[in-house]
Design a protein around this ligand. Sequence first.
Ligand SMILES: NC(=O)c1ccc[n+]([C@@H]2O[C@H](COP(=O)([O-])OP(=O)(O)OC[C@H]3O[C@@H](n4cnc5c(N)ncnc54)[C@H](OP(=O)(O)O)[C@@H]3O)[C@@H](O)[C@H]2O)c1
Length: 394
Amino acid sequence: MSRPQNLCILGATGSIGRSTLDVAVRHPQRFRIFALSANERMDELAELCQRHQPRYAVVAQTAQAEALGRRLSPGVTEILVGPQGLERIAAHAETDCVMAAIVGAAGLVPTLAAARAGKKLLLANKEALVMAGPIFMEAVRAHHATLLPIDSEHNAVFQCLPDTFSGKLDGHGVRRVLLTASGGPFREATLEQLQHVTPDEACAHPNWVMGRKISVDSATMMNKALEIIEAHWLFGAAPEQIEVVVHPQSVVHSMVEYADGSVIAQLGNPDMRTPIAHALAYPGRIEAGVGALDLFRIGRLDFAAPDFARFPALRLGYRALKEGGTSPATLNAANEIAVAAFLERRLPFLAITAVIEAVMDELRPRPLANLDDVLGADAAARRQAALQVEAMAD
Ligand SMILES: NC(=O)c1ccc[n+]([C@@H]2O[C@H](COP(=O)([O-])OP(=O)(O)OC[C@H]3O[C@@H](n4cnc5c(N)ncnc54)[C@H](OP(=O)(O)O)[C@@H]3O)[C@@H](O)[C@H]2O)c1
């Protein structure tokens, strides 16, 4: 029998990170926890290190490293610091598989490092692909990385595509990709009600348990906007080949429509351990700890068109994709600043997308040739978004 795969989890203390550990430890003969990273939740990281005894742990600051070192048995886990530490574990010669589960733009550089090192790369950090799509996909191609989507929608599309799929929808008889969206906690809210939404209400997703940033993205439907761009890069889908379908039960995770009229869907309980297990074991299948789908209990599946007036983030997602260049990086950075301001109660809910649109209007797209262009666009959008937040603050 072959040795277990060495697993590196970027963002191990988060929702996806913990679900990944939950699946991986069910299969100790297949996976070894090789490296873990965290940013702020040091108690959680210490506990994960004690339990899984990884070779490496990465923290954000030297003081955290010193404190963590005092809590761990000597000689087991080497503690690394900062972005260089993240890049090192992602590209480490002994790392077989990288789960990219840092939230936001902070995940870009280590995720790209994993692609450039030709790793099996499980991509939850959609923001990395949104910001740097062409550069990221070129790195995957040039270094023969195996890129597997973790977002439940993209993982579903991947499962519905033929085994011969080669990165472009054309040539496979595919007409459209249908991305399902739960509609978030405010699917039926009026614009008037949306004006008074609080961070806790926005983070209370009806179907999924997620980190706070993606929960707010779900509530504004910016999450779906980012996923439209993600689908473009992962599947070579043109903007008009990507359709969003509101599906409140979150049972159909997405669909692929073929030229002959067939629509293939992937179904399952709304539990991220399913796509994680799919990607970890790909092309095989493993137990994920997820219960059987009870269709009799679910009873019905509903579908509806999205409302672009109440959820303008969708329009901004298509706009950024069509504009191309630095536009998706601008959209993403402005969203991160606006969401952080909303979570800190400095910005009303409806102003999140207003900030983003104002930043996109201000910073016209430029061509994207390298990582510096991406990071430059990200920094400029953050500065501009901070000004807009000040102008629109409560
Ligand atoms: N949750 C879901 O169901 C889901 C589904 C599909 C896709 N995704 C995507 O998966 C990614 C992770 O989402 P999540 O819900 O797991 O988020 P989360 O619960 O907030 O976890 C984020 C992780 O990233 C770490 N982190 C945050 N800021 C960082 C920084 N500046 N540098 C290094 N590490 C940092 C956090 O560390 P600390 O906790 O120690 O601060 C944590 O480990 C996101 O891109 C999201 O869009 C999530």
